[in-house]
Design a binder for this molecule. Structure first.
Ligand SMILES: [Zn+2]
Length: 307
């Protein structure tokens, strides 16, 4: 008998990732393409990729999940606002997908899908509660409580990147100020370094990481400043939710010694001792595939399969 498979799509600001997973969450087929610029091009690309995924697959494709960057309304079944992909705003995705997706499908926020992917098939397997924080160009997050994705009343829960950690901090594109995302993401590490040294030739956090490893004190300090705010954010999460695990993913996670270590120390200072002691802070394990694996596993529920 052919195995049951589920398809997942993860639309980010620069890449559209997709794949087929089996019941164990293994990617049996995967690929990526540049993020199409317009809705028309996006729908064309999705239709074309869907056709290819279903062309002689190594099993029966039962469902399809989509993770999109933006505020997906559970009630209206639309993305109300996508800061990185404005043409999605208010677009009737469900009606458009029905024209070519011939299996049950589901749409949700990409960070929620990444958290669900880690929960079902990654470093969060077996946990009852977890929070995934993805630290990269921005900070995305998703929350699993009592073994379920916590979506919130409207579908907008998990915006930990936009909690205020520095009331006097930099303006954020969400309209707020001093959000975790503006104080602790990759662009901030670079900006810290530029501010400390006046060097505008350093424009990538990976370069700051290399400098830190080579003993550059300004580079180490650039990470330490971000770690301080990341630790405040982690402390808030621990005190609010008392999660079993916090998983950290994203490009910046490789800078463990300079970022995660000091951030965890700060979180310890800022959270309840018993709650901190019961929380394991670990690296996420699915990397860039978390979103599409999660979207596929999430869609599996729609098809009536085991979550
Ligand atoms: Zn914000």
């Amino acid at each position: 008998m052919k195995p049951s498979l589920d398809a997942g799509f993860d639309l980010g600001g620069t890449r559209l990732k997709y794949g087929l997973i089996d019941r164990e969450g293994r990617l049996v087929r995967k690929g990526q393409a540049p993020t199409p610029g317009s809705m028309k091009e996006l729908l064309f690309a999705l239709r074309e990729i869907w056709g290819r995924l279903k062309d002689n697959p190594p099993g029966r494709v039962r469902s399809c999940g989509f993770g999109f960057a933006g505020f997906y309304s559970r009630r209206e079944r639309k993305i109300l606002h996508s800061p990185n992909y404005p043409s999605l705003d208010g677009y009737p995705l469900v009606a458009a997908f029905r024209k070519f997706i011939d299996v049950p499908f589901r749409i949700d926020n990409d960070a929620n899908m990444a958290a669900y992917g880690e929960f079902r098939h990654g470093a969060g397997r077996g946990a009852r509660s977890l929070v995934l924080l993805t630290v990269g160009t921005g900070i995305g997050s998703g929350i699993i409580l009592d073994g379920k994705l916590w979506q919130g009343e409207g579908g907008y829960a998990g915006e930990i990147g936009h909690i205020t950690v520095n009331p006097e901090g930099e303006p954020c594109n969400c309209g707020g100020r001093g959000c975790l995302e503006t104080e602790a993401s990759a662009p901030r590490i670079v900006k810290n370094y530029q501010d400390l040294t006046g060097r505008t030739d350093v424009t990538d956090s990976r370069d700051v990481h290399r400098l830190a490893k080579a003993g550059d004190r300004a580079a180490v300090e650039s990470f330490r400043k971000c770690a301080y705010y990341l630790g405040i954010g982690l402390g808030i999460v621990i005190n609010l939710l008392n999660p079993e695990k916090i998983l950290i993913g994203g490009g910046v996670v490789s800078a463990g010694r300079f970022l995660l270590g000091p951030a965890v120390e700060e979180a310890q200072r800022r959270s309840h001792r018993v709650s901190f002691a019961g929380c394991r802070i670990e690296r996420a394990s699915l990397g860039n595939d978390a979103g599409l694996i999660g979207a596929a596993a999430w869609a599996r529920l729609e098809a009536g399969g085991r979550g």
